[in-house]
Write a protein that binds this ligand. Structure first.
Ligand SMILES: N[C@@H](CCC(=O)N[C@@H](CS)C(=O)NCC(=O)O)C(=O)O
Length: 197
């Protein structure tokens, strides 16, 4: 029995998409960050959180990797060189894209106003543009790692969407083509419909 906690406009969407890729039934508790319902299962209060038969797993990337490994889909097998390369991409997207967007969000609306440094945002936008351009050059096609759709594809696509709502620089054309291919996946379409609902 799987229960997913988190509202759909957060990183929770990544896990919804992975659950759709794997075709797994789950209960969705649409509770916001730091809500009582979330803190009752995970004292950190961050979303998403997955509860699998009583076991609590926080963090979107940890959850996606857990589900992919458990079901042997959307991943290369653990202990293979391709998996090492896949994990390198995952951590790079977290370091170079997710962290940049999150820092920008913190200095826009997350931190108390007197702790925000709004000027940092221009510097972050430049960093984002450089990092995304380098990643785009390395897309094997049609997915990041060739014909195999993997966890970092979900991460990158979600971050690209996030960057648009944060008004970060537009995606290079090759990235836009890649994103269209990824978004055409039926599982993405199903998760997006659930998000809209
Ligand atoms: N690395 C974590 C980050 C989780 C996170 O910060 N989630 C945000 C919503 S997208 C949140 O819950 N923020 C509330 C807080 O930081 O207290 C993940 O990927 O799940």
């Amino acid at each position: 029995m799987l229960t997913l906690y988190g509202t759909t406009l957060t990183r929770t969407f990544r896990v919804m998409w992975m659950l759709e890729e794997l075709g797994l039934p789950y209960e969705h508790v649409k509770a916001g960050p730091q809500s009582e319902k979330v803190r009752a299962v995970s004292p950190l209060g961050k979303v998403p959180v997955l509860v699998d038969d009583g076991a609590v797993i926080p963090d979107s990337t940890a959850i996606m990797t857990y589900l992919a490994d458990k079901h042997g889909q959307c991943t290369f097998a653990a202990g293979t060189p391709r998996r090492g390369q896949q994990d390198a991409l995952t951590f790079r997207i977290l370091d170079e894209i997710d962290a940049v967007l999150w820092t920008s969000a913190r200095h826009s609306f997350v931190l108390p106003e007197d702790q925000r440094v709004p000027a940092i945002k221009e510097s972050l936008k430049g960093e984002f543009a450089r990092n995304i351009a380098r990643l785009t050059d390395e897309i094997e096609g049609p997915y990041l790692m060739g014909e195999t759709f993997t966890v970092p594809d979900i991460l990158l696509c979600h971050c690209a969407q996030w960057s648009r709502s944060a008004k970060f620089p537009e995606a290079p054309p090759a990235l836009a083509d890649y994103l269209s291919t990824v978004r055409a996946r039926p599982a993405f379409q199903r998760a997006a419909a659930l998000r809209e609902a």
